[in-house]
Design a protein around this ligand. Sequence first.
Ligand code: NI
Length: 139
Amino acid sequence: MEDSSLKRFGVSMDGALLRKFDGLVGLRGYENRSEAVRDLVRDALIQQSWEESEQLVAGSILLFYNHHQRNLLEEMTNIQHGYHDFILATTHFHLDHHSCLEIIVVKGKAKDIQELSNKLTSLKGVEYGKFTVAPVEKV
Ligand code: NI
């Protein structure tokens, strides 16, 4: 059974690190250090579960690219068809005459989704790629 009651524990760190941490707490708008620590721990757990690649995850792959790049659109389409089981939706935005923004919503095993993301973001002509993922099972 999950224990959701609040527990307290002490954390020691040197003053310089604590000052930087407090700066981060302020910048990110956390109410207090505890809230910030909880978020950091959750992030670390997500990262960890992510590395256990059989984990079921859902997220998005964001791609910013120049559609004039030779063969890029065709390669992107081929890759996506190869992973059609993992792609829930694709949305394409024409930002200007050259630039496109594409968001691909994905769900599947972390290792497969990571592979898909790597293939897309490493294509020539993709200027920026961002992969965001969350575990489907609660951490
Ligand atoms: Ni476009």
